[in-house]
Design a protein around this ligand. Structure first.
Ligand SMILES: *Cc1c(COP(=O)(O)O)cnc(C)c1O
Length: 420
């Protein structure tokens, strides 16, 4: 595609954008001078869909008017409320409805999944993960390994990019699984790396892991709502994700979990149980014996918080309306335009470390700032850009297809240019 580096061109791309009307379905933070910020941080916290207020107010009203009776008599009864989100969520991750549940928070779900799917033995006890993974994932994995009496130093294999490279090569990941696999109980990576924005080849990694007899799970925090996923088809054993990034559900909101149907009826899998995972027909008999729901819902612990579910539901309904394919299509155009505009700057103080190949990335571009401190980032922040800085030297920029425009990218690059 031919691009031009001027404002009229960006405006034309916006006019031609079939999703342009969705920008206005979100609240955009405003600066003290009355101008909206250029919000490029949906990979950290998605913007608030305007419909969230109405969805949450409905539940507040029913609580106000009905009290406990709302569990059955609310407009959207609370007892099965989480089920109202399942279909849209399952579509986003490419799972069957029975394989997907919204519950808890991300790190909690990661622990619950490892309780069931990390079953170390003296011969097979290692975990393969990314070097420098998101800290919560590192802590969760280390603590699981220690909990089972193994030494994290010796039991965790970290995948590192080659010397002088920023990204992991699939061939290298597969090679490590091939070499080490016989001693590996679990392969657990982020689906999209939070630092570089690299989208790993989940299907190939899963296939190789299974070939070597390992369980394979993914943390999809930066993948869900961002890239096209086919968790069922790819035979992934389990996956977990949060919903406050690309799924716009609000700070600290409720998370998601996928368990492949291959495991739905396995009663040999240990799990940490709670009453909400118990068979729905007999849950309120309050009996002493746990009888899990077959499928992902069987891993639920508690009756879920309805207000965060309502906020997430508002956002998922937008996803249901637009579909992930249309979002990915726009995302690719936004990122290609951002990549072009950055290259036009032709400045040796910045380097894009995200993948250059379309199918290896989502909508995040990570810019490494060469030989400088955080001052460049602070300068663009002062000029109205909300992005995010990751130590030691990376600015992460995420133009989100739901609410970012080509003009946002144009303005952002102009600001960057002015401070470079
Ligand atoms: C955002 C993120 C988390 C955050 O975990 P919470 O339990 O939601 O606080 C964990 N892991 C990854 C990879 C993330 O991107």
């Amino acid at each position: 595609m031919e691009y031009s580096n001027n404002k009229e061109y960006a405006l034309r791309l916006d006019q031609e954008d079939p999703l342009r009307s969705y920008r206005d379905k979100f609240h955009h933070p405003v600066q003290s001078n009355g101008q909206p910020y250029i919000y490029m941080c949906g990979n950290s916290l998605g913007l608030q869909p305007k419909a969230v207020r109405e969805y949450v107010e409905q539940e507040l009203k029913d609580w106000e008017n009905l009290g406990v009776e709302g569990h059955f008599h609310a407009k959207n009864p609370w007892m099965p409320y989480h089920e109202f989100l399942t279909e849209n969520m399952a579509k986003i991750v490419g799972g069957k409805a029975s394989e997907v549940v919204v519950m808890n928070t991300l790190t909690v779900n990661l622990h619950l999944m490892m309780v069931s799917f990390y079953r170390p033995t003296t011969e097979r006890y290692k975990i393969i993960m990314e070097y420098s993974a998101f800290p919560s994932d590192q802590y969760a994995v280390q603590s699981q390994v220690s909990f089972h009496g193994f030494d994290p130093k010796e039991s965790i294999i970290e995948l590192k990019p080659r010397e002088g490279e920023s990204l992991l090569r699939t061939e290298d990941i597969l090679e490590v699984i091939e070499q080490e696999g016989d001693a590996v109980a679990l392969v657990m990576l982020g689906g999209v790396n939070y630092y570089t924005g690299q989208f790993f080849e989940l299907d190939k990694i899963t296939e190789k892991g299974h070939e070597k007899g390992c369980m394979v799970g993914f943390d999809l925090a930066h993948a869900v709502g961002n890239v096209k996923l086919k968790l069922h088809e790819w035979n992934i054993d389990f996956a977990v994700w949060c919903t406050y990034k690309y799924l716009n559900s609000g700070p600290g909101s409720i998370a998601g979990c996928f368990v492949h149907e291959n495991h739905a009826e396995r009663d040999d899998l240990p799990r940490f149980a709670g009453w909400w995972g118990h068979d729905k027909d007999t849950r309120f008999l309050m009996g002493p014996d746990f009888n899990p729901i077959k499928g992902a819902e069987g891993w639920q612990l508690s009756n879920p918080p309805i207000l965060p579910l309502a906020a997430l539901r508002a956002s998922l309904d937008l996803f249901g309306e637009v579909g992930i394919d249309a979002l990915v299509e726009k995302s690719r155009k936004l990122v290609a335009y951002l990549e072009y505009s950055l290259s036009e700057l032709n400045n040796e103080r910045i380097e894009v470390i995200s993948p250059k190949v379309e199918k290896e990335r989502g909508c995040q571009i990570s810019i490494r700032v060469i030989d400088t401190d955080k001052s460049l980032f602070e300068a663009i922040s002062e000029k109205g850009v909300i992005a995010d800085w990751r130590e030691p030297d990376v600015i992460r920029i995420a133009p989100v297809p739901f609410y970012n425009s080509f003009s946002d990218i144009y303005e952002f690059v102009q600001i960057l240019k002015s401070v470079l």
